[in-house]
Design a protein around this ligand. Sequence first.
Ligand SMILES: NC(=O)c1ccc[n+]([C@@H]2O[C@H](COP(=O)([O-])OP(=O)(O)OC[C@H]3O[C@@H](n4cnc5c(N)ncnc54)[C@H](OP(=O)(O)O)[C@@H]3O)[C@@H](O)[C@H]2O)c1
Length: 255
Amino acid sequence: MAGLAGRKALVTGGSRGIGAAIVRRLAADGASVVINYRNSAEAAEALAAELDGDGRRVRTALADVGDPDAARALVNRAAEEMGGLDILVSNAGIEHFGPLASLTFADYQRVFDVNVAGQLFATQAAAAVMGEGGRIVLTSSVSARIAVFEHSLYAASKAAVSALALNLAPELAARGIAVNVIAPGGTRSDMSAENGGHYIHPALRGLPPETLSRISSAWGRFAEPEEIAAAVAFLVSPDASYITGSTLAVDGCRM
Ligand SMILES: NC(=O)c1ccc[n+]([C@@H]2O[C@H](COP(=O)([O-])OP(=O)(O)OC[C@H]3O[C@@H](n4cnc5c(N)ncnc54)[C@H](OP(=O)(O)O)[C@@H]3O)[C@@H](O)[C@H]2O)c1
């Protein structure tokens, strides 16, 4: 239970959804956690109030990680607040669907700013303040390796994340820091509730949500956020000491 006692973590986009489950899991494992949020101040504060105590500190920090300066400043503020940083879970991300003909450069910039630059520059700042034993987990998606109608921007942004981690791994290993990626499949959250229907080919749209979740994985259901958090907890634990540069699919064998 207390495998992460004394460790100091930052979770981006930790206010709700998968990020909130990761915050809960790291805190349950004994870590002190800074919960980053962009809009959901109330949810972030409530989560921090619930988890703070029992030998760990849980705090909140407002930042739009889509702004590289803000992402770097967030990491530095978290490290200052906690007296160091051992774990970065870069979870914040945004969805996007749109046909090629209507894509704008502004769409591209926003998606890549949050999903790629946000993760890269948070990693850069985290690596600078972490010591030996530091653990960084980035967030990709099953979308990086499946074709979905009108999903090119999001899928490309998530594919970039695995290449980032793979190529940063040797650089960071030299300093004793591991960098890995989780690639969730359909997972119960606000994001999947809003966008899940788009994952179906247009010819099949209109299927009830329970049908969508039944056909999305070998398990016949979406993942629970806690199941993604468990994979993150493993990757930041001593049990994962040899794993770096890897992308761990947590998608129930997406079908
Ligand atoms: N759910 C799925 O099926 C699924 C599948 C594969 C991958 N993923 C990935 O998993 C991650 C979490 O997804 P989710 O389903 O939990 O999403 P969600 O329900 O939409 O929650 C997104 C979280 O990210 C935060 N966020 C978004 N943009 C941000 C920004 N610019 N700066 C700081 N925080 C920001 C939000 O914070 P605020 O509310 O404070 O704005 C919120 O906490 C994302 O990277 C997503 O791409 C999800």
